[in-house]
Design a protein around this ligand. Structure first.
Ligand SMILES: CC(=O)[C@@H](O)[C@H](O)COP(=O)(O)O
Ligand SMILES: NCC(=O)COP(=O)(O)O
Length: 246
């Protein structure tokens, strides 16, 4: 089965947050994505709420429950108490734990499973007890990835940033792809399912899907939002011209 697509709404939220106005509506863009066939929605709430706001989460939960009951809600983030409380209140289908520092502009590495095992173990158990699927953000390196399974996680999410940043260097991209592939091989052999995300694009996705045919899910925000703007620009300009009377 091809990988499922979860649309990350953080970039939409960031655009909305530029003004004290309700557009673009994160929930409406989520509705459009799910209506178009996306399998789920992803958000990554950060402590300063500079992207998605905590108040967006109940609306997105209700959207899925009321109109798209087969879709999944994936909440990503660093598991401090505020994040865990938010997750427990929202009850997503999947929680992806990411070792983000609040000062980071975006996620740029996975967990060090060996060094952070004792921190992660009770968190994973707490979330599993609540019935959520738990995925752990992982660097493209097979070293220690099987520890994620021993901690009780269901999946890892491969950090694809280094692969995504090689768009103009095909030899480097092939090398990064192989690292991702080897990590996925070890994870799958350990009984973990494999998600992937960060800087994935229409151009770099097909090779990833070929190298990891059992890829369960990709979450994509930045490139997908950029393309939505590009492909929606002409029709939108025509709407504004019409509003000007042209
Ligand atoms: C976990 C991860 O890879 C991130 O890509 C993240 O969810 C994206 O969030 P931002 O778009 O807010 O940087
Ligand atoms: N988990 C990764 C994600 O949700 C999307 O990240 P990006 O496409 O915005 O880089």
């Amino acid at each position: 089965m091809p990988a499922k697509l979860s649309v990350n709404l953080n970039a939409v939220a960031m655009l909305r947050n530029r003004r004290d106005l309700p557009w673009p509506s994160v929930t409406e863009l989520g509705r459009i994505a799910l209506s178009a066939g996306a399998h789920g929605l992803t958000v990554h709430p950060r402590p300063d709420q500079r992207h998605v706001r905590f108040s967006d989460l109940p609306e997105l939960r209700a959207l899925i429950d009321d109109a798209f009951p087969r879709a999944e809600f994936n909440i990503e983030g660093y598991p401090d108490e505020a994040f865990l409380a938010l997750v427990e209140k929202t009850a997503p289908e999947q929680v992806t734990l990411v070792p983000d520092d609040p000062s980071q502009a975006t996620s740029d590495h996975g967990w060090n499973f060996r060094a952070q095992a004792e921190f992660l173990r009770p968190v994973v158990q707490r979330l599993k007890r609540r019935g959520f699927r738990v995925s752990l953000f992982a660097d493209p390196s097979p070293d220690g990835v099987e520890i994620a399974r021993a901690l009780g996680a269901d999946r890892i999410e491969l950090y694809t940033g280094p692969y995504g940043s090689c768009h103009s260097d095909s030899a480097k991209a092939a090398n990064e792809l192989e690292k991702l592939g080897k990590t996925a091989d070890v994870a799958l052999a350990a009984g973990l399912d494999v998600n992937a995300g960060h800087d994935l694009t229409v151009d770099n996705l097909p090779a990833l899907a070929r190298r990891i045919p059992r890829l369960a899910e990709v979450s994509i925000g930045h490139a997908l939002t950029a393309e939505a703007l590009e492909h929606g620009m002409a029709a939108t300009v025509r709407r504004f011209l019409a509003a000007c009377g042209w």
